[in-house]
Each structure stands twice: as C-alpha cells, then as structure tokens.
Design a protein around this ligand. Structure first.
Ligand code: ZN
Length: 205
C-alpha cells in the first residue's frame, strides 16, 4: 500500500498486527476512527491504555480481574470445593453464561504444547496444585478443549493430582469436536458440565 501519510501508515500497521485483521480492514478501521470526534477516539485509546496498565490476574484462580481477588473467588455463593480448570478467560465467560456452574475456577493461561514450546512451567499448574494441597477441594473438573494439546494437558494434570484424593472429572469430550469451549452453545456446555465423568473411566479402555 502507498500511504499519503507516515502517521496513517503507522496506525494501519498497528491495527494490522491484530489477529484476523488484514491490511484492508486495518485501513478501513483507521479511516473510521479518523472521522470520529476527538472525545470518542480518546475514550477508545484510554480504554486500551487502562486495560493494559490496570488489569490484574486474580491471585487465587488467575482469571483476568480488576482486583487481586476476582468476583467469583470473592463470592460467598460459590463452592470452593469444586474447581473447574480451563484454558483461558473466554472459557470462564462461556461457562458462567450457562448459569449452571456454582463452583470456582482455575485459569491455566494456555495448554501444554511442546510444538509451541509451552511446557507445564509456563502455565498456572503449580498454583493449582498448591490450591489442592491447601485442602478443602473435593473435585476438579478438567474442562479443556478436545485437541491434542487439551488431551496432553489433561493427562499431565491427572498424573499430578491423582495422589491427593480428589475426584478428577472431565466434561463430555464429544461436544467440543476439536473446537474450543467458547464456541459450544450454552445448553450443551451446561449439560456437559452437569454430566461430567470421572477421568479414570476415560483412560481405563
Ligand atoms: Zn479468582
């Protein structure tokens, strides 16, 4: 692209770095922003600026939060004995949307993926084990996607956690056909959590 302005070129390059945004879309977005009133553009840039500067991760479950303890962990209505382990915050949002889960979460921040150089120490696995060691956990639901990375992570977590005497369950794997939890509809996702099965049964065959 031949830009008439260096500033325009720079802004388009930044937008173009976002996932799923090509050069043409980036240009359309930047030109759209240029037409907006100053106050609106300021609101936009401030939201991004504050997002990066002020956002926290809950020090218990590692979900994205505004405070050091997220609203779910802080709620007296949630049962601390049931932990649902997920890949990222999108999964928490999807499961919360079902209104059928009343336990707490643990957000790994990714999945084990040797191909991408992501090992157990890159994820919030030690912190999960510490939570279990502290006691009071009866069941852990491993709600991870039915991909090779998801399976690898589930098996790793199972090996790490099986000695603690907690029930380890997985959600019905049939529902997530190699896809991600966030794309599954709420009814199906809610049902798959309600009908979760002990992991041991899955690996017995
Ligand atoms: Zn939390």
């Amino acid at each position: 692209m031949n830009f008439s302005s260096k500033l325009l070129e720079q802004a388009v390059a930044e937008f173009g770095r976002l996932p799923g945004i090509g050069q043409k879309t980036a240009l359309r977005l930047v030109l759209h922003l240029l037409k907006q009133p100053d106050a609106e553009v300021s609101r936009f840039t401030e939201a991004l600026d504050r997002l990066k500067r002020e956002i926290r991760h809950c020090t218990t479950c590692y979900n994205i939060s505004d405070a050091t303890t997220c609203e779910i962990c802080a709620s007296a209505k949630r049962g601390n004995g049931l932990i649902c382990v997920v890949e990222d915050t999108r999964d928490v949002m999807a499961i919360e949307n079902t209104n059928q889960y009343h336990g707490v979460y643990h957000v790994l921040g990714g999945l084990i993926s040797p191909m991408d150089g992501i090992g157990p120490s890159d994820l919030q696995i030690d912190s999960l084990i510490r939570r279990v060691e502290e006691g009071g956990v009866q069941e852990i639901i491993l709600a991870l996607s039915a991909t090779m990375e998801g399976d690898t992570t589930i098996f790793y977590l199972y090996k790490k956690l099986k000695g603690f005497g907690v029930q380890i369950s997985t959600i019905a794997r049939g529902i997530a056909f190699g896809g991600e939890l966030e794309y599954v509809d709420e009814v199906t996702l809610g049902r798959s959590i309600a009908t979760r099965v002990p992991y041991e049964r899955n690996i017995a065959s």
